[in-house]
Design a protein around this ligand. Structure first.
Ligand SMILES: *Cc1c(COP(=O)(O)O)cnc(C)c1O
Length: 385
């Protein structure tokens, strides 16, 4: 039996009529961009995340760029993040004019190691009238960007303590963590700003592209509202922004889907719980480690196995959907050669990138399908044990 990595149509089946009516309304009103649908979504999304404000935009990538610009990242500023993430985390830093500076991850959670962050700042930085400066080259530290990978929040207690001490803004890349919590608080409500993606395969997916930034600061939110419209109010421009719009129709789809999100998380978490038990004693499988402070929405269920490529081929041959996030760490990407990193610079990231494999966990999987996934992996170890 084949099992897909993700099948969004199963999620949409029970809400087809609601989605169609959003489309009909857009057609009837000819309101295609932003407008009341987006404003309603912004309110509902802020409420869901537990923040004062939310600002809609065209994608998760744009959300990151908007947030970085709004917190004051200027051309040449350093932004600290990890090399084990989707390309957009670092791509957005460069697009905002910043320079990514990578720090390694923790081997169990795949998230930024806060002790490396604290150590790097202590060893390299000083506070000056221009802000926090890297003494080796005079670069300003513009922001820290923790990525909540696969749905689990980075250690936001430690990160916020460190960054508050240094007074460095924190831009959460929460693109894989809508609804996830750290000590009962939702992703996007812990940092200076939180960035979300509504790419269709994310836990809250539009029927196209979309993004959102959350923040408790009205000043930051207002600045992002301006930046997403070329940095102006009407035709008066105080700074140069760009064009990043959330379509009214996507906002409408997202409002329909947001109402079901908590329920959909239940399905993913049920599947994850099943896997956590079922993989006990199966070959060399390491199941995801979720910290006691964290509550994950399992955007991915990512296991670690030493014989990753063999297992990947075996699963593909047997029709089990799977993927490797992420095969080539960002510090080894061609486009970042100029940053001067090389093989061996981030040993945890490099080791993990050779061991990870993500398997189907979406909420609408049947019990039969999750059993099939486990039995196929068990069979792999029986044949290759
Ligand atoms: C998906 C994702 C993004 C980018 O979102 P888009 O909507 O595709 O632009 C950024 N960071 C992470 C970690 C992501 O998973």
């Amino acid at each position: 039996m084949a099992v897909p990595l993700l099948d969004i149509s199963r999620q949409h089946q029970p809400i087809l009529e609601d989605l169609r009516s959003v489309f009909n309304t857009a057609l009837e009103t000819s309101r295609f961009i932003k407008g009341p649908e987006m404003e309603h979504l912004e309110k509902e999304f802020a409420e869901y995340c537990g923040t004062e404000r939310a600002v809609g935009c065209a994608s998760g990538t744009d959300a990151l760029i908007l947030a970085l610009m709004a917190v004051g990242v200027k051309p040449g500023d350093v932004v600290l993040t990890t090399p084990f993430t989707f390309f957009a985390s670092a791509g957005a830093i460069v697009r905002a004019g910043g320079v990514p500076l990578f720090l390694d991850i923790l081997p169990d959670t795949f998230n930024i190691d806060p002790e490396l962050l604290s150590g790097w700042l202590a060893d390299n930085c000083s506070v000056t009238s221009r802000g926090v400066i890297d003494r080796s080259n005079g670069s300003r530290i513009g922001a820290v960007m923790p990525v909540h990978l696969f749905g689990q929040l980075a250690d936001m207690d430690r990160i916020m303590t460190i960054c508050n001490d240094w007074q460095i803004p924190v831009v959460e890349d929460a693109c894989q963590a809508v609804g996830s919590k750290w000590n009962q608080k939702r992703a996007g409500s812990l940092g200076t700003a939180g960035c979300f993606s509504f790419f269709p395969s994310k836990n809250l997916g539009a029927l196209g592209d979309g993004g959102m930034v959350t923040t408790d600061s009205p000043e930051l939110a207002d600045r992002m509202v301006s930046l997403r419209e070329h940095g102006g109010k009407g035709y008066i421009h105080e700074e140069v922004g760009f064009n990043s719009r959330l379509d009214a129709i996507q906002a409408g789809f997202l409002r329909v889907k947001l109402a079901h999100l908590e329920n959909w998380h239940k399905g993913r978490r049920r599947n994850a719980r099943y896997y956590n038990k079922a993989f006990r004693g199966v070959g060399q499988v390491t199941v995801p480690v979720i910290k006691k402070e964290a509550w994950s929405i399992y955007n991915q269920y990512t296991i670690k196995v030493p014989e990753r490529d063999e297992l990947l081929n075996y699963l593909r041959k047997h029709g089990i959907g799977c993927a490797v996030y992420y095969q080539l760490p960002l510090h080894l990407q061609k486009c970042f050669e100029r940053l001067g990193y090389g093989e061996g610079d981030f040993p945890v990231t490099e080791a993990v990138s050779k061991e990870v494999i993500s398997i189907p966990v979406f909420g609408e999987l049947t019990e039969e399908e999750t059993v099939e996934v486990v039995e196929t992996i068990r069979a792999f170890y029986a044949e290759n044990g």
